[in-house]
Design a protein around this ligand. Sequence first.
Ligand code: SF4
Length: 357
Amino acid sequence: MRSIYEFSQEELTAWLAEQGEPRYRARQLFEWVYRKHATSFDQMSSLPLSVRRKLAAELEIGSLPVVSCLEGRDSTKLLLRLPDGETVECVGMRTPWGGTACLSSQVGCPMGCVFCASGVDGGVRNLTSAEILRQLIALTSQDLRITNVVFMGMGEPLMNYDAVVEALGAITDPARMGLSPRHVTVGTAGIVPMIPRLARDAPAKVELAISLGAPEDTVRRQLMPGAARWPLSELLMACDEWTRLRGGQPVTYAYVLIAGVNDSLKLADRLAAILKTRRHHVNVIRLNPVEHCDLHPATKEQTLRFVGRLEELGINVSLRNSRGRDIRGACGQLRRADAASRCSARQSGRHKVRRRC
Ligand code: SF4
């Protein structure tokens, strides 16, 4: 069954014409779906009952079913059931300026980054564009006002290229979800051949974030074996191509700081050396705990030294706080299994846990 969220207004007009419906019907439907946030065709009272029935028989609408919902201090994590019974997690983060949806693009992840829970069981399958968009609908249904979207949940977005680009189109289409492309970021471990392609295909102003791991190939190979099959030199060339093709748009480099692995000042110097001539922003984030992984976050003191050194060397750097850590919904913590339930057993009374099956 196709999803209503896959259609642009033109495509829906054409599809409805094939069903013998007038052109204005697509406008009516879009009004219900994207302005009134209807999640069933039954709610669309301005449409004739016969049309509502026909639509319900042909098209999917609404959120993916919510298996469990964990609410933390500043985030909500949802475990969602996919039509084939697989599960996927997504997170909505509340900030003073709005809400950020962290969406998954795959069930599991084949990339095997050692600091990330998403790849523990390997990759299972790509999500469809509708499954990606229905995560956003699910988060919106939790009373989250989503203003930003990041593709930094489970999976490597550039390994599911077509569906992610299709979803980017829907998210930034003013007639549909209508988010500003400046507020939408694709995060990748660095699938080098796909970066210039994304530069051409992604809506203008959509941002690119590279999870760098380390500024040296030897360390990257230990941390990110899947992505490190492309040498750092090739990754940086692809990032240069991104900046060139998008009229000078910088690349964000996410740097997960791990004690004794990639937090030395020598590596800070190396990072500065490779980035100082490039348009960049560096986001440093201390490693979040991951169950299977015996790596530890850099100490707060070493983190400040590392960030300070980058600043001294003229690097445009921010130290990021992890949102969602209290519900295991922070960077690198999303899982395919019912991690939400396991996590909930450890929650203190501060957090409200709801479950639906
Ligand atoms: S960091 Fe991203 S690419 Fe690496 S295993 Fe996790 S989800 Fe996959």
